[in-house]
Write a protein that binds this ligand. Structure first.
Ligand code: ADP
Ligand code: ZN
Ligand code: MG
Length: 370
C-alpha cells in the first residue's frame, strides 16, 4: 500500500500576455500603388498591376502612410528611425499574389515606447493581404469547399504594433486595447473597427510561477475579432496552460484559434510547422528616410492623447483615476465633460460634480461596442 503523500498543491501561476496589433491606415490610396482604399465596394474593382503582383510592376511608397506611422510612433513614445528598411516576407498563399508581403524586418520605423502600463517593442509598416472568402456548405463545388479572393484589400497600408509581454490578466489586455484603440482613433489614422477588420489583434500567452522572472513557453491566439472574445480566449488559454502544468504536462509552442461560440481552442500550427519567411531587403524600394520636415509635420499633427487627457483630468481637475480614465478614454464623453465644465465655473468642485453625472450619461449613450 502506498503511503505517498497526495501531490503538493501547485504553486500559483501568473499569466504573461503580449499583443500584436494590425491597424489599417486610413489613407486615400494603397501602400505601394494609386488604387483607392474601400470597404464594401464590389470585389476586385480597386486593383492594378502593382497590387495584383504582375511581373515588372514597381512599388511606390505612400507618403501619407509614413506620416501616419510616425504619428503612431510618436503617440506611443517610440524612437523614430531616421532611416528604416523594407523587406520581403516570403510565403505562398492565394491572398498574396506576389508570393511575398512587403514589410519591415530588422530596422523598423519605430522602436520602443510605452502606452499606459505597457511597453511597446516596435511599430512597423507593411501591406495587407487580399481577402479570402470561404464559401460555406452551400457553396460546395465537386464536393470541395470553394474560396474566392477579393483583391480590393490587397496592398492596404498596415501598421503592426508589437507590445512587450507586460500584461498580466485578460481584463488588463482588454482595457489596454481599449486605450490603444482610443489613442489611434484620436490620431485620426485609422477607423480602428474590429468588425470591418481595420483593427486586428493576436495575443501571445504564457504562464509562469508567481514571483518568477523567466518567461514560460508561449502560444499565440490568432485574429480575434472583438476585444471581448480576445479577453475570453486569453482566459481560456490561461486555464488550459495552468491545467497542463498542474498535470505535469508541458505547454507546447503553437498557434491557436479560439472559437467564441464553443469556447474551444484548436491548434492551427505547431512550432515545427512555423513558416520560414526567408526575409531579404526589398530591392525595388530605397531605404525610408524620415526628414526633419516630415517629423515636424507629424509632431504638429498630434492631438492631446487619451492617456495625457486622463492624467490632466486626474491631476489638474482632481478626478479619481478610474473616473478620469472613463472620461478620457472615450472622446465623446471627455468632450461632453469638458464642455459642461466650461459652462460651469471650471473649478475642481464643478469637475467632480459633473463627473459624478457621467455614469447616467454612459447608460444613456450606451457602451462602446467592442
Ligand atoms: P516570435 O519570435 O514568436 O514572433 P516575439 O519575441 O517576437 O516572438 O514576440 C511576439 C509577441 O509575443 C510580442 O508581443 C511579445 O511581447 C510576446 N511574447 C514573447 N514572449 C512571450 C511569452 N513568453 N509570453 C507571453 N508573450 C510573449
Ligand atoms: Zn493597385
Ligand atoms: Mg517576432
Amino acid at each position: 500500500m502506498s503511503t505517498a503523500a497526495a501531490p503538493v498543491p501547485t504553486s500559483r501561476w501568473e499569466p504573461v500576455i503580449g499583443l500584436e496589433i494590425h491597424v489599417q491606415l486610413k489613407t486615400r490610396t494603397k501602400m505601394f500603388c494609386g488604387c483607392e482604399l474601400s470597404f464594401g465596394d464590389p470585389p476586385n474593382v480597386h486593383t492594378c498591376p502593382v497590387c495584383l503582383g504582375l511581373p515588372g510592376a514597381l512599388p511606390v511608397l505612400n507618403a501619407r502612410a509614413v506620416e501616419f506611422g510616425i504619428m503612431i510612433g510618436l503617440a506611443l513614445g517610440s524612437e523614430i528611425a531616421r532611416r528604416s528598411l523594407f523587406h520581403r516576407k516570403n510565403y505562398f498563399y492565394p491572398d498574396s499574389p506576389k508570393g511575398y508581403q512587403i514589410s519591415q524586418y530588422d530596422v523598423p520605423l519605430c522602436s520602443g515606447g510605452r502606452l499606459g502600463d505597457v511597453r511597446i517593442h516596435r511599430v512597423h509598416l507593411e501591406e495587407d493581404a487580399a481577402k479570402l472568402i470561404h464559401v460555406g456548405e452551400s457553396g460546395r463545388i465537386h464536393g470541395s469547399d470553394r474560396s474566392v479572393v477579393d483583391f480590393n484589400r490587397c496592398g492596404t497600408p498596415l501598421v503592426e504594433i508589437v507590445s512587450e509581454p507586460d500584461l498580466t490578466s485578460p481584463e488588463q489586455a482588454h482595457e489596454w486595447l481599449t486605450l490603444l484603440r482610443t489613442t489611434l482613433r484620436q490620431l485620426g489614422v485609422s477607423d480602428v473597427n474590429m468588425e470591418e477588420g481595420s483593427l486586428r489583434a493576436d495575443a501571445n500567452v504564457s504562464v509562469r510561477p508567481v514571483g518568477s522572472t523567466e518567461l514560460g513557453t508561449k502560444t499565440e491566439l490568432k485574429n480575434m475579432n472583438s476585444f471581448r472574445f480576445l479577453e475570453r480566449g486569453v482566459r481560456a488559454e490561461i486555464e488550459r496552460q495552468t491545467g497542463r502544468l498542474d498535470a505535469g504536462e508541458p505547454v507546447v509552442q503553437e498557434t491557436l484559434h479560439f472559437d467564441p461560440g464553443s469556447g474551444r481552442l484548436t491548434s492551427l500550427r505547431s512550432k515545427e510547422e512555423a513558416h520560414d519567411y526567408r526575409y531579404f531587403p526589398e530591392p525595388d524600394l530605397v531605404p525610408l528616410v524620415v526628414s526633419d520636415e516630415l517629423l515636424a509635420a507629424a509632431e504638429a499633427a498630434l492631438p492631446e492623447l487619451p492617456a495625457a487627457r486622463a492624467e490632466r483630468f486626474e491631476h489638474a481637475l482632481g478626478l479619481g483615476v478610474d473616473r478620469a480614465r472613463e472620461l478620457a478614454f472615450r472622446r465623446e464623453l471627455g468632450d461632453y465633460f469638458e464642455q459642461a465644465l466650461a459652462a460651469a465655473d471650471g473649478s475642481r468642485d464643478a469637475a467632480t460634480a459633473i463627473a459624478n453625472w457621467i455614469p447616467q450619461l454612459v447608460e444613456r449613450i450606451g457602451s462602446d461596442a467592442d
